[in-house]
Design a protein around this ligand. Sequence first.
Ligand SMILES: *Cc1c(COP(=O)(O)O)cnc(C)c1O
Length: 380
Amino acid sequence: MEHTIVSDTRILVDLDRIAGNMRAVRDMAGPGVAVAAVVKADAYGHGAVAVAPTLMENGAAMLAVANLKEALALKEAYPQYPVFIMGLTPDRLLPLVVEHGIIQTVDSLHQAQVLSRLAQVQGRAAVIHIKYDTGFHRLGFPAGPESLEEIRKACSLPGIDAQGFFSHLALKDDASNEAQFSAFMEAADALEQMGCRFRFRHIADSISGVDDPQYRLDMIRTGALLYGLKGFHRGKLDIRQALTFRTRISHISQVRKGEGVSYDYVWTAPADTRVGTLPFGYADGYPRSLGCGKGMVVIRGKRVPIVGVLCMDQCMVDLTQVPEAQVGDEVIIYGDGSDGTLDIQEVSQLAGTNKNEIVARLTARPPRIYIHGDREEASL
Ligand SMILES: *Cc1c(COP(=O)(O)O)cnc(C)c1O
């Protein structure tokens, strides 16, 4: 019973591909450039706790997440892995950060002071990365000389280990990236003159990490690449999509010409039609906007359209192209592009969004099945 996968709708994650992608990124970065493996949003839907060892064993220097909840989940499973929160943590939760030895982003002298006091009380260092705003205007000390003085103070507080100094690119175009990078380096150099030395200065994400080698500095922060999602334009990197999303046909209806299907009968059969019901919907993370003929799935090697309104837990497909289809047939919702399947890139274009959103929005409902060598292991 313990090995029973209790749902036909499931997400397969190929850990060997994630390992290969991690090694490709590690090799690209070269010696002297660390790789922070970004595993926020449950590793972009792949399962952070499940993929973390694969990333760390294949060259990641640390795991990067968005918030404290994500960091605590990883620290509970792997107290020994360095975990870096790229977002801010409210003052009242900073004791947990220090207690669990989590690396925290700081963008105010005030929070550095709070962490310094906690570090002294708890008798352990508070490890921080200072964020500097070079134009994105999301987080960071505002650019300018007053901030440099505050950063200098923050770095010299007792109990504070200022391990990193970083910023984030808006990726508007080369000129704007270059302006942000120059502002960053100017600040980093000025801080060095003022006595602040950082082990990791970092500004590049997946896209700039591949396209702009000159921005790699001491570390790159890559998410998308690890999962085989290619957003870069100039560079080259041999990576493979790690995730597929599958289900099986649960029911087949004979719908007569002129009869409707799903809410509001938005779709009516143009002729007598075999309609398949599939047990996945928007509560699994599939975009509701891909109902009504926009989205397609692959059954027996053929693309078939989703017809009518996509429901929370189910949707219907027109089986005209696959007259031999039967209940129980395998359905590829997101494939890797082989055998006519729609990969994450194609789905994201159909849905009018980016690849990261398509995977990050996958919910916890479909079980994840991890493929490693010829073993498959389900997470329930
Ligand atoms: C999410 C995130 C990244 C990783 O982005 P990818 O494009 O997936 O590589 C890097 N840095 C920060 C600050 C982030 O929030």
